[in-house]
Design a binder for this molecule. Structure first.
Ligand code: F6R
Ligand code: MG
Ligand code: MG
Length: 372
């Protein structure tokens, strides 16, 4: 039997402003997940937050895009949003863009990453969740992990990986996808995914046997809502070891920081800062954009758990090994903030096209006159 790992997330309200999901909302989500386990809908779960985003990590046997699983997530978000409304939390129900569930949370606001696979003898997975950024923030990371032999020694040393990987890339503006294989098409892949405004990696498979290796959420909230409603704050699942990049190769790109789009009002370049769960809150200029990484093992359809049934989760970035990246991120953050509203600290107008900037400029329109 195959196991499915699903992570479904939404911002349904936070405290204060867009900083962090408060405990009462996490508690509701944990309760809903517990009930779903009792009815046998899911096998196990882990609830956490990436800044102001509520994250539901679940394992089950129902496959990807399953209506019951997506409905469970939707109903959980609705319940948490109701609590957020009661507490008058900020942005209560923010990412729930429609009134009624219609079979799948895709296109309704929440972000989803899912993988279905036949379990190996042992199946490590790294779960990434980010706040104040967009799905293309994972382009650089996934490139490093799956296509850069200077990062991933296994691409050179592990005979099961020298065949390389296949990348499914979404052109979010045109709603179409293309699949490219590395190493043979590495440069074409880079030509696409370096353009983070348009292209984002959806899925990765091993060339050798088409085994699923990674899956990332590619929701573009602004494209769904037709206006700026917050960045998409993406999630990503990556399988590790025994013919996949090792967990250490998956985390090695975060020896350093890199810049991603998002941060304040989804309109600025910001350094991606790896943090442990305790620091998963966006404080400075609503950021800097933060990313958490959880190490889990999939065991017989479940998250490997202790005797009391609590999932065994490693909070990977809660480690001094990532202090350098954090310090670099803060250095860069301070440089960028000195530039305020000037490009390149601020995103280009194209990247901001769904924001409220055009509305602010509209009033100036009648005052422009022909340059003599
Ligand atoms: C970014 C984000 C925040 C808000 C900012 C303004 O994704 O959510 O940076 O854009 O705090 O929020 P409003 O417009 O709600 O006052
Ligand atoms: Mg928010
Ligand atoms: Mg968020």
């Amino acid at each position: 039997m195959k196991t499915t790992v699903s992570i479904i997330k939404a911002d349904v309200g936070s405290i204060a402003g867009h900083t962090v999901v408060p405990e009462p909302l996490l508690k509701i989500a944990r309760e809903k997940m517990k009930q779903a386990k009792e009815t046998g809908l899911i096998n196990s779960s882990f609830v956490f937050n990436a800044g102001d985003d509520l994250e539901l990590l679940m394992t089950h046997n129902k496959g990807e895009n399953n209506e019951e699983i997506h409905k469970l997530a939707w109903d959980t978000f609705i319940s948490a949003a109701q609590k957020a409304k009661q507490l008058k939390l900020y942005g209560a129900g923010q990412d729930l863009l429609t009134d009624a569930f219609s079979g799948n949370v895709k296109g309704m606001g929440p972000g989803v990453a899912e993988m279905e696979f036949k379990e190996r003898g042992s199946d490590p997975v790294v779960v990434f969740a980010a706040d104040k950024t967009e799905p293309a923030a994972y382009n650089f990371l996934l490139w490093k992990i799956f296509a850069d032999p200077m990062n991933t020694a296994g691409l050179v040393i592990d005979p099961r990986m020298v065949c390389g990987f296949k990348f499914e890339v979404l052109d979010a503006k045109k709603g179409r996808t293309v699949t490219l294989s590395t190493p043979s098409e590495a440069y074409q892949l880079l030509a696409l995914i370096g353009t983070t405004e348009h292209y984002m990696i959806k899925k990765i498979w091993r060339n050798d046997d088409d085994e699923i290796a990674a899956s990332s959420s590619t929701t573009k909230l602004s494209l769904i809502a037709g206006k700026y409603v917050g960045k998409d704050d993406p999630v990503c699942l990556v399988r590790g070891q025994s013919g996949f990049p090792s967990v250490g190769e998956i985390t090695a790109p975060f020896l350093h920081t890199y810049l991603v789009a998002g941060w304040m009002r989804g309109s600025h370049w910001g350094p991606f800062m790896p943090v442990g769960l305790k620091d998963s809150k966006c404080t400075v200029f609503d950021g800097p954009p933060r990313i958490v990484a959880l190490g889990i093992q999939i065991a017989n359809g479940e998250l490997a758990s202790d005797d009391a049934g609590n999932p065994l989760v490693v909070d990977i970035f809660e480690d001094p090994a990532f202090d350098l990246a954090r310090n670099e991120a803060l250095e860069l953050a301070s440089h960028l903030r000195r530039m305020g509203q000037f490009e390149p600290a601020r995103l280009s107008p194209e990247a901001m096209e769904y924001t409220t900037l055009p509305q602010c400029l509209k009033e100036l329109e009648p005052r422009f006159k022909e340059d003599e």
